[in-house]
Design a protein. Structure first.
Lengths: 340, 340
DNA sequence: CATCACTGTGTGACCGGTCCCACCATCTCA
DNA sequence: TGAGATGGTGGGACCGGTCACACAGTGATG
């Protein structure tokens, strides 16, 4: 019988007894130390197999001071979170990247202020080795608190001015906004509007700036009536599009700073009888999935989610191992579909 | 200074010293025992605040044998997982439901066989208090292994024949398939096709059976050429729709067993020049988000994700506390949009 | 042949909690 | 007034690992 007599899980001592070695040796085998003789190694591995041993996570964590897990911290309100496939893309990527290091991801959401206090308290308690923060907003209370508590943290996005204090990984939003706008220009648009992300998020600001730079470089007007603000959500995009249609009815292209907003814009344009792409070109941002479900299919800037995830994990592990902060910016690529 | 002299985190002993009580008393306060005098309670709470104490998860878990976290186990291949918003909906719901009990969710994916072995080994090691299994397929090696290891497990979906061995929570797929088909019939369709889910998943089978029952009840033909099999994905839905168009070109309605497949079907119908809903009605299943991004907006059966999540958590906590298995079936509701 | 470096192994202390039992006060009631 | 119940508290053992250190055995070196 491989199993322990009575529901009791086998411990490292049981393994040691079966293998005829000491606990220390078993521990060394478990942790891949090279200071183990081939015979001992074989004996221990066999014993582990026969009694069906699996290490106790809590005990290991307590003794070693490392938990082999990191938190994936989401600070947006819940309803946004799971409408937006961006988050699950990142989460999936991070889970995979962590698995390569035998680490796990624990999901922590902190949408309300009360949640935040609890979350910070928990995370500051070193229950996880580090935090992958997906926040959008920098310098908010959460990142400050984590910083103050000295918890290794990597944030998704780029937050100017915090480079020295925080590791960050983000897509090149500025260049992405520029590329998409240049694409719209190249398709012949001359009255190009934009639906921005939230103006308190660096990503939203930078995508807008990219748009403005491209227009200026092409000698096109950067008119205030061509800019409407959204919140990355579909509903926000729809509202902003309605706004644009009244303020600048002659617009011939729209750059939405997220695919969800572009979806909202598409539906409003359709209601208003504007054809896409014949009357109005529409470009989005993210390419996390929805861009391939719309009609017409949505031209968008693809964020390299897999690379963002793996870089976040890489930088976090580096920070956990004592390295300093680093900032990584990854390029976005234009994915042209039917909407332009 | 609230913080400990030198990076050392305060322990329960520090709290005890500051409060002038014993470790036992602090532990009692922490765990909400009522056997504590008001003075001691106040002193401990104050001490906790002043030195900024937060309990060590690993130590607590080791001593108490409970981890206050459960695993969210996904066994589908990675690419499917994060294309399908269903999963993140469930995950979000479970996270929230667990938070009410001060518990956390750890994400474990096991797409490849190697992952599976590792995952089972980990989960069987009681590192989490229980497992929320999102699998689609029952009786697969994972659920068997978890069962054998005695890990409290609740699976999402309904698996006939396993009621006594496993807790499960699922939408009423049979009734959902029936309702949608009845709806298509009520809209005047008479050659109703279906794109099924995978035939090795109970959910897929039951939605198909609901479709068949409704047709039979209405005296309509249940013809084999009207049934094409998909895999819940968009690409699978597109392929199945192409198949249907050649085998049964006169079809006037399609029930797709997932919204993603419906999206694939919509694009194929569009390419083929069939108008929706004028020429062909299309109905989906899930309503996890995409149904509101399509053109036309997709009529679908809504799964009560929040209730599914909270029921899964409720049953899992019950199992952890020693209760037996239970099966919960939740109703789906028709959400009528423009595609019918 | 004594010394020394080096490899492999065993052992005890420790991580930070929980839990149980012993114990002291105080209060109740015969 | 003394026995017994009750409420609150302290402290030791323990959870299952890791880690530093001690030490035995081996081979190389002077």
């Amino acid at each position: 019988m491989p199993h322990h007599p009575d529901g009791e899980r086998p411990t490292i001592r049981d393994v040691a007894a079966v293998a005829g070695v000491s606990r220390g040796t078993v521990s060394r085998v478990l942790n891949g130390s090279d200071r183990v003789s081939p015979q001992a190694l074989a004996a221990v591995q066999k014993a582990i197999k026969t009694i069906g041993y699996s290490a106790n996570h809590a005990a290991r964590s307590l003794a070693s001071g490392r938990s082999n897990s990191v938190a994936f911290l989401l600070t947006e309100p819940q309803h946004l979170l799971f409408e937006d496939p961006t988050f699950s893309r990142l989460m999936g990527g991070c889970t995979q990247a962590l698995a390569l290091h035998e680490m796990l991801l624990t999901l922590v959401t902190a949408g309300t202020p009360a949640d935040r206090a609890r979350a910070v308290n928990y995370l500051a308690g070193r229950h996880v080795d580090g935090v992958l923060l997906v926040s959008g907003r920098a310098g908010n209370s959460i990142s400050e608190d984590l910083l103050a508590a000295g918890v290794p943290t990597v944030v998704c996005g780029r937050f100017p001015g915090l480079e020295s204090r925080l590791s960050m990984v983000g897509a090149d939003d500025l260049d992405g906004g520029r590329q998409m706008t240049e694409h719209l220009i190249s398709r012949g648009a001359i009255r190009i509007a934009t639906i921005t992300g939230p103006m308190d998020m660096p990503g939203g600001i930078q995508r807008l700036e990219g748009y403005q730079h491209a227009l200026a470089a092409a000698g096109l007007p950067v008119a205030p009536e061509l800019i409407s603000h959204g919140d990355y959500s579909k509903a926000g995009g729809a509202a902003a599009m309605r706004d644009l249609l009244t303020r600048a009815p002659d617009t011939d292209a729209v750059f939405a700073a997220s695919d969800l907003m572009a979806v909202g814009a598409l539906s409003v344009l359709r209601e208003a009888g504007r054809r896409v792409p014949e009357d109005v070109l529409v470009g989005g941002f993210d390419d996390a999935g929805v861009a391939e479900t719309t009609e017409p299919l949505l031209t968008t800037m693809r964020q390299p989610f897999d690379r963002i995830s793996s870089e976040m994990v890489r930088l976090l592990l580096a920070r956990i191992n004592g390295d300093g902060n680093a900032t990584v910016t990854l390029p976005t690529t234009l994915v042209r579909r039917s909407s332009t």
